[in-house]
Write a protein that binds this ligand. Structure first.
Ligand code: DC
Length: 244
């Protein structure tokens, strides 16, 4: 992320004082893989004292369970038949989000390349989406009585919580996304990482149930020209504006 503004994207939001009472606020952050969604969402939640939910981690955890139990992830009927079985728990502290599967810490194994390759087909299965939608709405509903929550994924503003008062759609150009992802993965091959990102975009955007789309009312932010701190500051400004 550099510092030059991009033509055609939402202009930077002037910084305003963030209201102390963000009670029950839901911030929906959708976008493509590698657009900076996770780092931005965690950073914004930490800055504003909100909870944080990574719904991609839930799809990854479901996928990890399927692989471990020998389910063919390309067999939608087999995945649908078993998707009620794993016990999934998401911890929503932005300074240390957690995910467990049947009580076991799954934070590391859900980030393997094997899971990354298998997660898009699993997440196209309507029964998987229905199960995770129920869990996501339970977590968000619990946060309505507390400090509020930043929720990131692909369909948060369109399907999971369409009434979110703040909705964002983050994107970045493929070369920047591949560079960030390869760096996160400890110097993975750049062109293979780029191809994997584009393949996932295609599947995520073209599936029949809850495809990746820009939700009605979402603000589009192309993060390519910005540093992470700049993106976080922009989003904090948008929240302040929406809540003032
Ligand atoms: O954000 P991520 O790359 O960890 O997400 C992993 C996959 O999960 C992604 O390829 C699509 C799927 N996903 C989804 O379908 N809906 C969501 N709300 C979040 C993720």
């Amino acid at each position: 992320m550099s510092a030059t503004p991009h033509p055609g994207q939402s202009s930077p939001v002037p910084s305003r004082e963030v209201p102390a009472d963000l009670h029950g606020l839901v911030v929906a952050v959708d976008g493509t893989s590698g657009s900076g969604k996770s780092s931005t969402s965690r950073g914004v939640a930490a800055r504003l004292g909100l909870r944080y939910l990574d719904t991609g981690a839930m799809f990854r955890a479901m996928t990890w369970w399927m692989l471990r139990h020998g389910v063919d992830v390309h067999d939608a009927d087999a995945v649908a038949a078993r998707c009620g079985e794993p016990g999934l728990e998401s911890g929503t502290d932005p300074s240390g989000p957690t995910i467990t599967v049947d009580g076991e810490d799954a934070a590391a194994p859900i980030r393997t390349e094997e899971v990354t390759r298998a997660v898009s087909p699993v997440s196209t299965v309507p029964a998987v989406r229905a199960r995770l939608l129920g869990l996501q709405r339970e977590i968000i509903t619990a946060a309505l009585d507390g400090p509020g929550i930043v929720v990131e994924g692909r369909d948060i503003g369109s399907v999971v919580w369409p009434d979110a008062p703040v909705k964002l759609y983050l994107s970045a150009d493929p070369a920047a996304r591949a560079e960030r992802r390869a760096a996160e993965e400890g110097g993975a091959d750049l062109s293979a990482t780029r191809q994997l990102l584009l393949d996932r975009d295609r599947i995520d955007s073209s599936r029949a149930t809850a495809p990746l789309v820009m939700a009605d009312g979402a603000v589009h932010l192309d993060t390519t020209p910005y540093t992470l701190d700049e993106v976080i500051a922009l989003v904090v400004g948008m929240v302040a504006e929406a809540c003032s």
